[in-house]
Design a protein around this ligand. Sequence first.
Ligand code: ADP
Length: 592
Amino acid sequence: MNVLVLNAGSSTLKAKLIDTEKPEKPEPLLSMTVERIGTDGVTHESAVATVLASAASSTHRVDAVGHRVVHGGERFMGATLIDASVEAAIDACSQLAPLHNPPNLAGIRAARSALPNVPHVAVFDTAFHARLPRRAKTYAIDAAVAEKHGIRRYGFHGTSHGYVAELAAKHLGRPLADLRIVSLHLGNGASACAIELGHSTETSMGLTPLDGLVMGTRSGDIDPGALIALLRAGMSVDELDTLLGKKSGLAGLSGVGPDLRDIERRAAEGDDRCRLAINVFSHRVRKYVGAYAAAMGGLDAVILTAGIGENSASMRQRILQRFDFLGLVLDDDRNTDGKVTHERPVAEISGETSRVRALVVKTNEELAIARQTVTVLAQLAPPASAPVIPIAVSARHLHLDRDTFARLFGQDATPTRYKDISQPGQYACEEKVNLIGPRGRIDGVRLLGPLRPKTQVEVSRTDEFKLGIDAPIRDSGQVAGSAPIVLEGPKGTVSIPEGLICAKRHVHMHTEDAKRFGVKDGDEIEVAITGGPRDLVFGDVLVRVSDRYKLEMHIDTDEANAAELDSGKDGDLVYTGVDMAKAEVREKRIVS
Ligand code: ADP
């Protein structure tokens, strides 16, 4: 498929036409930049027309268009097919990225009207960071003010960080989800990203791309008190904006401009401002590497990418030297030789004995955008938006056979429907039963209907302690040889020799869901709970597939508490349909 990748800025339109079926030939079919948009009558419409005319004369088809969009706000967790509502949502994110989203959107509108019959996909710089944990995305200011003004960390360069991380994992021969990586995108814009479980868990750019590392013309980290001092000294907001965005960073420090090549040359000639600029830049990056290794509790690889990361061996050496204490040993010869090309995009620059691997990786944001465009069009989930599994938290409950029901509630009684529950045909009943164990009792345990061939009582580990009974972990229906329990109802008491179990956590899936997740009945998978206050990964989750099932994971109250999911009222069956639980199938393990 030929994907036209458009990156529409305020004054330039960068375009690349990429054949996504030829990974061995990553050079674009067409590459052009239209400059001076906004002057001499050049508009985004005319710039798009120039690009399309050039594509037409090259005789290459355009099958789809992938648009780079800087800010996806809270809404976009991954790349998305563009329609009117997506355009409106991108517009709504403009206040978060006033310099970037409006021109991105102008490019989208111009291209959609020029090419109305091909699909257009938006790929967001923020998407890879969409699941930053709360501790990483929250700024420590008055929570109400932060909420009102939407002040939080979003992170940028996500397309690049995600792309180089995939290449690094491939090079290391390990699943990305198993690696702890610090990715350093060092170009005109620069950011660091901590990558765990295959996605960003911390990143240096914040609400805007001004935060974090020293950049070509941007300051990165600065004491907010300094901004207040400058404002108090009479600087206007616009002047401050220009200072931090255009007159700072390498350019502001060195006085010679934003390009590191010029600064390195002048530094070699003895220019002190240029030497300081280099030192401030590398010192800041080193701080982030150390901080992110600490935040992740370990480190497997460091990636350097973009103009500076890919090309400046001396900057790489300054950044990575004396990291032996972290387990990273730079190999100076490999570093000096560390060239990367589109054909050979990864170069290893750590030594043989280095436990932490240092890799130079050539980024290719356009190729990443083209691939994500294809993925969206193939209707597969984009990498940053894992499918969400709703979670239901089951409080203790029981199923009764006809005979036991009659002995507990009377010969003529029938179960009374209290409310339907989510799995089709099942319902909670008005009837409740007391459980009596050797150590203690639990009253008011809800009956679920309809009646079943075998009595089954499902409790949590905590309940077992209270009762004084050790019950086995079992799949529903597998009660043979399980624990005994005494049941007490209004009309009688029944001691059952087996039937008490601790339910094995499981996911119900419709056949179509199973296809989408690539799993089958009986598989065991891992499900990650992310985005909440106590994220964790549940292993040994049984998959149960049937056309009668609705997608839903069932866990008990202990498991819900461990992940800080809302477990609702005690003694009832609770369905949370939890939005905070961004459950995802992280890895599947098949048990034979
Ligand atoms: P952008 O963020 O605009 O995509 P790039 O990733 O292309 O930027 O990085 C551009 C920057 O990379 C240049 O401004 C320059 O500072 C730096 N750079 C490129 N090549 C070299 C080199 N050989 N040595 C040092 N710095 C370089």
